[in-house]
Design a protein around this ligand. Structure first.
Ligand code: ARG
Length: 461
C-alpha cells in the first residue's frame, strides 16, 4: 500500500485489512466541501497573522478551490489509501501546489479540523431541515384551512372521546413541528461555535487568530477551552435528539394516517401516486409511505442512543472512537430529510379525506355524552351528579341499541327535569365541537384564530 502521511515514524506498513478498518474516507467524503471551506479559512488566517506569506496563502486558497471544482466535476475521487478526507485533501493540495501545500497543516490538527467540518456540515443541514419543516407546516395549514368545519372523531385510549374539527387535529401537528423548528434554531446556536485553533488538544505554539478564522466561517464565537473544543460531541447529540423528536412527530402522524386508511376507519383514501400494491393480493392498496416513516424512526433513535454510549466513557481529549459519530449523524440527517420530503408530498397530494364517512363517524357513538353532563351542570346540577346520571343513560341506551339523540324529550325529562327541547341541539356533533370555544380548544372560532396565528407565525422567517 501507499505511504501514509505519518509513516516516517513507523518501521513497516499497515496491514491492508487494518488500513481498511481504520479508514473513514468511505463515508467522511461527505464532509469534503466543509473541509475545503474550513481549510480556506485556516489558510487565510495563517497569511493574515504572518505565519505564512500572503502569496503562500493565496496559493493554498487557489489550490483548495481547484480541488472543490475537481470534486464537483467528479474528477477527485480519493481511494481507501487516503485514510480520511482530511489527508486526501492535503495530499491533492500538495500535488497541485507543491511544497506550499505542506504548509497548510501548520498550527492545526485533524482533531480541530474534523470538529470544524462537522459543525459546518450540521449548520448547513439544520438550515435545510428547518426549511423543510416550514414547507410541511405550510401544507398542514392548507389542509387545516380547508377543513375547519370538517369533523373527525377525537380519541383517547383509541376510544371515541369527543369529536373534533379536523383542522384542530392537524394544527396539533403544526405546533409539534413548530417546536421542532424552534429547537433546531436553539441547537444551531451551540453548533455555530468554532473549535478551529484548538489544535490536537492543547492549543498551538503559533500566534494564530482564532477569532479571525471563526469570523471567516461565520461562526458566532470560539470554544474557550481547547480540550473541550476538540473532544465533545454534545452539539451532535443535541442534533440527534432534535432529529429523534421530529421523527416521533412524523411517526405519530404516520400511524394515524395508516389507521385512517384502514377499512375499519375508512377516513381517508390514499391517492395512487402515494400508495403501493401487493404482489399477491390484487385488491390491496398499501400505505407504504407512512409505514416507512414510522419504521425509519427506529434508526434515528438508534443513532441517538449510539452517540450517547459512544461518548460516555471517553477520557479527554480526542479518541478515535469519535470517528464513529459520522455515520450516525449523516444517516440521521439523510433519514429525517427523506421522511420530511415524503410526508410533505403525501399530505400535499396523496390524501383524500372522505367527508361522508367522517360525518357518519361523529354521529354514530356516545362522544356527545360529556355535553349532556355539561348541559345539566350549566343548569346548576353539580357536575359529578350530572356525570353519574349520563353514565346510566349511556348504559341503558347501549342495551337498547339507541344513541343519545334517539331519546324522546319525555325520556330526557324523566331523567332530570332540567332537560328542555334544546338538548337535541346541544348534542348534535357540529354543536358539540363549536361549543368548545375555550382558548386552545376545538371550537370553530378558536380554530380560526389559531389558524390565523399559525399562518402569521410561519411568515416570520
Ligand atoms: N477521521 C478522523 C475522525 O473522523 C479524523 C480525526 C483523526 N484524528 C486523529 N488524531 N486520528 O475522527
Amino acid at each position: 500500500t501507499e505511504q501514509k502521511t505519518w509513516s516516517q515514524r513507523f518501521e513497516s506498513a499497515l496491514h491492508p485489512a487494518i488500513a481498511i478498518f481504520n479508514a473513514s474516507i468511505g463515508f467522511d467524503i461527505e464532509l469534503i466541501e466543509y473541509d475545503l471551506t474550513g481549510s480556506v479559512a485556516h489558510a487565510k488566517m495563517l497569511a493574515h497573522t504572518g505565519i505564512i506569506s500572503t502569496e503562500e496563502g493565496e496559493k493554498l486558497v487557489a489550490g483548495l478551490e481547484q480541488i472543490r471544482q475537481e470534486y464537483r466535476d467528479g474528477k477527485f475521487q480519493p481511494g481507501i489509501d487516503a485514510e480520511d478526507v482530511h489527508f486526501a485533501v492535503e495530499k491533492r493540495l500538495t500535488e497541485i501546489t507543491g511544497d506550499v501545500g505542506k504548509k497548510l497543516h501548520t498550527a492545526r490538527s485533524r482533531n480541530d479540523q474534523v470538529g470544524t467540518d462537522t459543525r459546518l456540515y450540521l449548520r448547513h443541514q439544520i438550515e435545510q431541515i428547518r426549511s423543510q419543516l416550514r414547507d410541511l407546516q405550510g401544507v398542514i395549514l392548507t389542509i387545516a384551512q380547508d377543513n375547519v368545519e370538517t369533523l373527525i372523531p377525537g380519541y383517547t385510549h383509541l376510544q371515541r372521546a369527543q369529536p373534533l374539527s379536523l383542522a384542530h387535529h392537524f394544527l396539533a401537528y403544526f405546533e409539534m413541528l413548530d417546536r421542532d423548528w424552534q429547537r433546531l434554531g436553539e441547537i444551531y446556536q451551540r453548533v455555530n461555535i468554532s473549535p478551529l485553533g484548538c489544535g490536537a488538544l492543547a492549543g498551538t505554539t503559533f500566534p494564530i487568530d482564532r477569532h479571525y478564522s471563526a469570523k471567516l466561517l461565520n461562526f458566532t464565537g470560539v470554544y474557550s477551552n481547547s480540550l473541550d473544543g476538540v473532544s465533545d460531541r454534545d452539539f451532535a447529540i443535541e442534533f440527534s435528539c432534535a432529529a429523534s423528536l421530529i421523527m416521533v412527530h412524523l411517526s405519530r402522524l404516520s400511524e394515524e394516517i395508516i389507521l385512517w386508511a384502514s377499512q375499519e376507519f375508512n377516513f381517508v383514501t390514499l391517492k395512487d401516486s402515494c400508495a403501493t400494491g401487493s404482489s399477491i393480493m390484487p385488491q390491496k392498496k398499501n400505505p407504504d409511505v407512512p409505514e416507512l416513516v414510522r419504521g425509519k424512526t427506529g434508526r434515528v433513535f438508534g443513532h441517538l442512543q449510539g452517540m450517547l454510549v459512544l461518548m460516555k466513557g471517553l477520557p479527554l481529549a480526542y479518541n478515535k472512537d469519535l470517528q464513529e459519530d459520522k455515520e450516525a449523524i449523516f444517516d440521521s440527517v439523510k433519514t429525517v430529510k427523506g421522511c420530511l420530503e415524503a410526508i410533505t408530498i403525501l399530505l400535499a397530494q396523496g390524501l383524500e379525506f372522505r367527508p361522508q364517512r367522517l360525518a357518519e363517524a361523529v354521529a354514530e357513538d356516545f362522544s356527545n355524552a360529556t355535553d349532556v353532563a355539561d348541559y345539566l351542570a350549566s343548569k346548576g346540577v353539580p357536575f359529578r351528579e350530572a356525570y353519574n346520571l349520563v353514565g346510566k343513560v349511556v348504559k341503558t341506551s347501549l342495551a337498547a341499541g339507541k344513541l343519545l339523540k334517539d331519546l324522546t324529550i319525555q325520556e330526557w325529562k324523566d331523567l332530570h327535569p332540567a332537560f328542555e327541547a334544546d338538548i337535541y341541539d346541544a348534542i348534535a356533533p357540529r354543536q358539540v365541537v363549536a361549543a368548545r370555544n375555550s382558548y386552545g380548544g376545538t371550537g370553530f372560532e378558536q380554530v380560526r384564530l389559531a389558524l390565523k396565528a399559525a399562518q402569521e407565525r410561519i411568515l416570520v422567517n
